[in-house]
Write a protein that binds this ligand. Sequence first.
Ligand code: WQD
Length: 345
Amino acid sequence: MQKILVTGGCGYIGSHTIVDLVQNGYEVISIDDISRGHESLIYGASRICNKNIKNYKVDLCNLEDTRAVFEENPDIAGIIHFAAYKSVPESVSKPILYFRNNITSLLNVLKCAKEYSIHNIVFSSSCSVYGNADSLPVSETTPLKEPESPYARTKVMGEQICSDFVKANPEFNIILLRYFNPVGAHPSSLIGELNEKPENLVPVITQTAIGLRESMQVFGNDYDTRDGSCIRDYIHVMDIAAAHTKAVTKSIANALPSNCEIFNLGTGKGVSVLELIRAFESVAGVKLNYKITDRRPGDVIAVYADNTKAKTLLDWETRYDIIQMMQTAWDWEQKLDCDRKGFLN
Ligand code: WQD
């Protein structure tokens, strides 16, 4: 059974990817300092897989502590590197924090991969590297525009660091996965997105629907789109997870055209904010209390993926539609509400 190291395994996408990896026959360990992650998520992943997943509570910015995990696990076959700060507004107000954390942790992972000859690496990137693209859908060869935030810039820099690393170390494979908008939760509702004060759309919707928020804002309906609100490519987190398992498997098999491939992980369908709200209302059977307010600085007007390359080279298909994304997100929020109220579940 091959062992995969997942950094950020106590996070939203990391915990869901652990489930998919284990259910596809991999052994998994995690490094997560729990500064943003939650141990309850790796516990939930362990329950789903019926297997105890070990997390090393280590700061990846500390090279010695990180190295010790590799020393203890000389049989790691591949690394999936999720661990990073990812709040766009926080990165705008604290750029140094973001550059230090997101870049230092990546450099330490690459240093250890080199020292311990772990030649298969998957890097968590983002559609935010495209900025406001000139044409849609965006493909992996679409020229990158100016990043809209320091967070997005850390992803652009991360991709460049990975690309230069494999040029200097051709025995390595690095796969760069550009996520569009991950949403939803595992169908068991044992894991999902955990953030008390989220700023991203879907948890804001579910918190408004459950009554944690009195109302929510739609940031602008005067954009040049079909209904005036911004368009995104929302993709179920389990589809994102499955793509990671496919990618690391292809890397280990040396089955990709080059040793540094980029893939868009999106559904290929653009959905507007107002369309998403309608979809949620139809699933939850509630009317959302929202107000149209000013545009949010830094918002991209529209972005959605051309996902042809991932579908062909990774043998990957998305399985969840927008209704299922909203249903699992709603189920998860209701489960959190029961936990908050202390109901047995
Ligand atoms: C989506 C749309 C908002 C909240 C995120 C992550 C980024 C990257 C891509 C991974 C926008 C609108 C939102 C609200 C609203 N993911 N909105 N009211 O900005 O596309 O970026 O996904 O790398 O890390 O931040 O996602 O959910 O914040 O916004 O109207 O209360 O919803 O204006 O148009 P975004 P988002």
